[in-house]
Each structure stands twice: as C-alpha cells, then as structure tokens.
Write a protein that binds this ligand. Structure first.
Ligand code: FMN
Length: 385
C-alpha cells in the first residue's frame, strides 16, 4: 500500500510555486539597516522610490518574493537600526501595483492586529496583485514594540496558543461562505465573514518565521513556508533541522517549503568579502545598537571578553541570518549545500542593498543557474521557456 502524499493546502498558483529548486526573496528591504548594525555610510536607508526600484530589479532577475520585516521600533545607538520602516501591508499593496510577477509578502505579529483586519488587508493585496500575496505570521516579542500596542505580556508558548486561534480565524475568514462564530481563550468573533474571497484559492500561502520547537510545531500545523536556522559553523546542521521540521509536517499529512534567512556579502575573492564585512562590523559597528539588541534578545548572558567581542561582531554583521560571505564561487557552493540539505528558498539581506542586490544578480545568480538550482531568467518580459 502506498502512503498518502503529504499535501500543500494553499493555492500553488503564485510565484513561490515555480520549478526553481532554490527560491529567492529580498528580505527586509522596507527597514533601515535591516542587514547590519553599522554606522557605515553605505548602510541601508529607505525611501519609497528606492524600494520600488529594487523590488523591480529583483523581479526582473526572476526572484520569487519580497519579504518585509514587521518593525515598529529600532535598537537605538548612533544610527537606530530598524528604527525607520515601512508598514508591511501598505508596503506590499504599493508594490503589488508597481510590479507584475513577484510575490508580495506582508508580515504581521499576530498579537498586534485582529485576524479580521489582517485577513481582509492581505486579500485586498491578493486582488491588487492578481494572486501574488503571501502572509508571513510571527509570534515574536520585542517589549518596546508590544508596549506601543498596549499588549499584555504573554509567555513564549502562550503566544503560539494565541497564534493558533488567530490562524483558525484567518483561515475561516478566507474560506467560509457563511457567517461564523469563534470563541477562544484569546479572541472572540461573532458573525465573522469576509467577502470577496482571495484570488488565490482556497487561500494564499502563509509563511511562519520561527525557530523554536514550539514555533516549528505551529508552522507544521498552519504554515506553507517555514524557516530553519542552521549553525553557521556547522552548515550540515541544516540536514537535521530540515528532517525534523518535515517530519512534523508529514505527521499532519502536510507539505511545506523550508527557507533560510541569510546575510550576504560576496566579492571576487574571499579575502575581499571578509575585509568588507570586517570593516562594517568592526570599526564601523554601531556598538550602542548591538549592545541594546543583545540585551533585548539574550538578556545578560555572561561570557568571556573575547567570546563576547566575537559575538557582538557576529550580531553586527549577520543580524539578517545565516552568513553567506566569501567569493561568489564560495557563496554559490554554500547555497548548493543548503539545497542538498533540503532547503527550498533563501531570504537575502545585505548591509548595502544598493550594492548587494545587483552584485548578487550579476555574479551569484548565474552560478546558481549553472548549478541547476534555478532556470535562467534572462528576459525582463517573462521567464525564459
Ligand atoms: C525569517 C524570520 C523573519 C522574522 N521576521 C520578523 C518580523 O518581521 N517581525 C518580528 O517581530 N519578528 C520577526 N521574526 C522573529 C520571530 O517573530 C520570533 O520572534 C523569533 O523567531 C523567535 O520565535 P521562536 O522562539 O518561536 O523562534 C522573524 C524571524 C525569522 C526567523
């Protein structure tokens, strides 16, 4: 007897479901200093026209998605990284009207917005974009942000319990044809109904960005795209993380894509790439912001001075995720290894998006195509046959 095939239960008609073995998303474009906590004069600053220009550049190179951070406050220090950002639903709606093929992701912390509002906003983006909208749901906790929303403290696992109710509401709003009631511990909906339905049927894809086991269990139940975080010193750890996450989804008869958030710095030689990163995360590090970030995220974890200095440099350089630093060949090799481990997609950040995105397109994308990880995408009018 053959086992039933795991299934994907969202629409698989959008840009994220093409034949490319390794999908690509521009990550954090909407947030200042998204990819590095640095005072470098080249750090990422945001303007609407620049976001549109870079999103179109990614689209014309065949990237599958633009994925924003949902952020409301920065980390202080000299440059207040992440302090300036565009709100993600309105950002995705604007980009939907300015692009033709790429998927537009909106990111929401499930404690900050009623599911009723998020469902309809995402749906509206799905209509504006003719079926290219994706929702990224997160259950994070940054206290200064949550205080802005007046949200009471919830423990880590309780946030995912709240998230589960929120997701049930979201999916029912997207699919129910008749008004429904939903009463849970964290939310209550009377006569819930959303019309019109989405362009993507039965519903648009949902991403969940989490790393914890509880987060992965949540993703396995609700999400179509989830993230792992391989150990930078042991890239082979991706194999085990992929296996564990897929097993959780399999157990529910579900399928999902598995992505990795990365921080990219490529150059013709590994030495040049390392020197570039060393400059913006060493002498140019925004030490005040890095200290604030580590205090917020790691509390007062004690460690020896040299280890602490290395940790601070790592945070400054690679806050965007798994480091892809080296020669173009090295980076293409690391991406091939992630693919081999079962990773389906990458979210990419850079210290300087204006330099990093065209550099990736010119120098790394062709190597990915040569390795069979992506089909050539030469024509700005549409994918090559
Ligand atoms: C790829 C990725 C993107 C994320 N984007 C956001 C975001 O935009 N806003 C946010 O508040 N948290 C974001 N987070 C953080 C998560 O919300 C969460 O706080 C973090 O992963 C810890 O949750 P966990 O303990 O379940 O792993 C992101 C995490 C990942 C892995």
């Amino acid at each position: 007897m053959t086992e039933p095939k795991p299934r994907l239960d969202c629409a698989a008609t959008g840009p994220l479901f093409n034949a490319n073995a390794m999908k690509l998303g521009v990550f954090g474009l909407n947030v200042a200093s998204a990819g590095a906590l640095t005072t470098s004069p080249d750090r990422h600053r945001i303007s609407w026209d620049q976001n549109v220009r870079l999103a179109r550049m990614a689209e014309d190179a065949g990237f599958e998605a633009v994925v924003p951070f949902a952020r409301w406050r920065g980390f202080g220090g000299e440059t207040n990284p992440w302090g300036e950002s565009f709100e993600t639903f309105t950002w995705a709606a604007g980009l939907a009207a300015a692009t033709r093929r790429i998927a537009l992701v909106a990111t929401v912390n499930m404690m900050t917005m009623p599911a009723v509002a998020a469902a309809k906003q995402l749906s509206t983006i799905d209509h504006i974009s003719h079926g290219r909208a994706v929702l990224n749901v997160v259950a994070g906790w940054m206290e200064i942000e949550m205080r802005m929303f007046g949200v009471g403290a919830l423990g880590h696992d309780d946030r995912y319990a709240q998230g589960a109710e929120w997701m049930e509401a979201l999916y029912r709003l997207w699919t129910a044809e008749e008004p429904f009631d939903l009463r849970g511990k964290y939310l209550s909906i009377e006569g819930g109904l959303q019309q019109p339905k989405n362009v993507q049927s039965p519903r648009p894809p949902v991403m969940n960005a989490a790393f914890s086991t509880t987060g992965h269990a949540f993703a396995a139940r609700w999400a179509d795209i989830a993230f792992i975080s391989p150990n930078p010193d042991k890239p082979e750890s991706a194999v085990e993380q992929v296996r564990a996450l897929r097993a959780m989804a399999d157990a529910r008869g579900r399928d999902m894509q598995i992505w990795v958030a990365t921080s990219v710095a490529g150059a013709p030689t590994a030495e040049a790439a390392r020197a570039y990163v060393a400059q913006y995360s060493g002498p140019e590090m925004d030490i005040g912001a890095v200290e604030n970030f580590t205090r917020l995220m790691m509390g007062g974890t004690a460690m020896p001075d040299d280890q602490r200095a290395a940790m601070l440099r790592h945070v400054a350089a690679h806050i965007g995720g798994f480091p892809l630093v080296g020669s173009y060949q090295d980076i293409a090799g690391k991406i091939a290894a992630l693919s081999e481990a079962g990773v389906d997609g990458l979210c990419l950040t850079w210290m300087d998006y204006e330099r990093g995105l065209p550099d990736f397109i010119a120098n790394i994308l062709p190597l990915m195509e040569k390795a069979g990880l992506r089909r050539p995408f030469m024509d700005a009018a549409g994918p090559a046959a």
